[in-house]
Design a protein around this ligand. Sequence first.
Ligand code: ZN
Length: 664
Amino acid sequence: MSLTAITTVAHAGDGEVGELTSSGLRWPTDASRILTSTFCEYRPDRFHAGIDFSTHGGDGYECFAVDDGYVLRIRVEHDGYGKVLYLQLDDGRVAVYAHLSRFADEIEEKVRELQLERGGYEVGSFFSSKQFRYLQGEVIAYTGDTGAGAPHLHFEMRRGIDYPYNPSIDGFLVDDDRSPVIRKLALRPLDGDSEVEGDMLTVIRNVRKGRANPVSFYGRVGVSLQAHDFKDGTWYWVGYRRLELIIDGELRHVTSLDSFDYRYDNYSRLDFDYQLDRRGYKDFRRLYVEPPNRLEFYGPRPEGGVLDSRELGPGPHLVQVRVEDDAGNERTATWILQAQSQPSLPRARGEGPPRYSASLDADSCGGDFSVQIVDGVARILAWDLPGWTSRVELVATAAGVSHTMVPYGTGHWMGRAELPLDFRGINRFRVIAFGDSGEVAVIDRALFLSGFHRNRAERWILPDKGIEVRIGKGALWFDMVMSLSEIEPDPQAISPVYAVRPFDHPFAGLFTVAFHSSGSPWPKEAGVCYRERTKGGRWTYIDNRREAEGYIIAAKVYSLEDFAVLLDTVPPVIGRATLSDGARTRLRRPRLAAAVKDTLSGLDLDATSFDLDGENVIWKYDKERDLISYIPWEDLPKGVHRWRIVARDKVGNSTTLERSFRVR
Ligand SMILES: [Zn+2]
């Protein structure tokens, strides 16, 4: 048994099932009525599919069957949901309890059996309706902190196994008289011909006293908002239930966070504003629908949230944004958007490009001018051209266009050039400045560019660069233009460092980045790594899938970053252990644990082993505490016992810990 102290109280049988919700379900725990997260909050690349109950930082609170039903499924994982139980209710709904410290004894026995069968901690199984049946209010498990995160109970309600819905629908509502808070509003130009405040970038405004400062726009734009709710007596930022966008008194868009289909979980990147998220502006939710988005949150008509200055007509328009929480408390913010009759930037050529929804790093082109690609149109910003003020011209070779740039603030010039989707190669951007007395200055920038068509599998190999990008079918929601540039080398890397952009393009699925070696095969300690802009230059290992006898190493990725190949030659470090070598103990089931850490590639949990007296044991790994641990299931005989941990990282480096102890 677990050594965790468990409080047991009487449950069903004496006729008491505890407090019921308005729909007749029992609350899953009595640990607290404090919600620390609500339904459909944003998590990286997914939605929070349930509600989180505070367990006051502790473990071992009882979890109750919310209604009569049976255990449909259990899963035990080191990471993620940890120990999780799916209770199939008799009416077809499913209740999910996650991060449990343990299951009810009879289920725990079954888990033990499965673990012994498999020889490892991570197991999962479905059960028939006859195996583990519970009545409403019976204890089925205990709260914990297994898997990711601090101690709490993560609880979900689902219709069928893959269709989570908002538990507030079933009356899982806590005391709440407070209205949500609208913090910021954002306006995004939705294609390369549209503008906000005379530019191609998203503009963010603070909301104060229910309003935000006016913003001008031209073309097609979309509003997003950052809002949070607070429940009575707590300061946890939680989510809301419903959003409305009202333009000039007309309800144009509704987001109602009622339920979603797990197949479309990654559409969270389209429901929220992924581009802002990648720039550090968290939790902005769109009040318009991106065309590929298949979530069922939206009404009254999917395209209604997009504002078009040409449709609305020039002049001021009143935008009202309304947020409602699950208890019906609401808040409205107003915003005046000024529709322009003309764009202020010279128009991109032709009919307008396809929607790429992308932007390149401003810094990828260096000092004198920068190139960003926004929705397939290059946005060029030139500066520091003192004395060259009479005219600035832009030439982009692939696009084959020449534009006069317009003044942009003080000492800055801006221009834009459409980029063809079918181009692949080096594109030269040239800014030509003409001085007052006829002098001419020319500054060049070259970028490797490639267009990628949605729904087409494509490879982009740069042989002399040794890097390859493979986009499979289904990885793109939008056509896009990608750029690649070799940037400053890193002494830690054994390959050049490449900045692959746009770093903020929302991909629909995984794609591959591969490094080709020209000389000999990559060493076995080599791995493809990325460096996220927001992580202070730290490299993170992704994978080392070896192809072509080790001449290629590849990794599946979900976003564009700085990529390079790094060597991991440092084995895991095993730190403090619960029992020192030669320790004596009176405990017959002593907890055997050691801190195990690995830099770069990380622990390979499948290749790491733990044995006691020569027998493989069922150990678990706590990622938050970097702890590998095992507690004997049965009493150990008196005498000397030996335990050994062999910790292995993902490229095969290993460290061994060997200890003995005596049970007195
Ligand atoms: Zn949760």
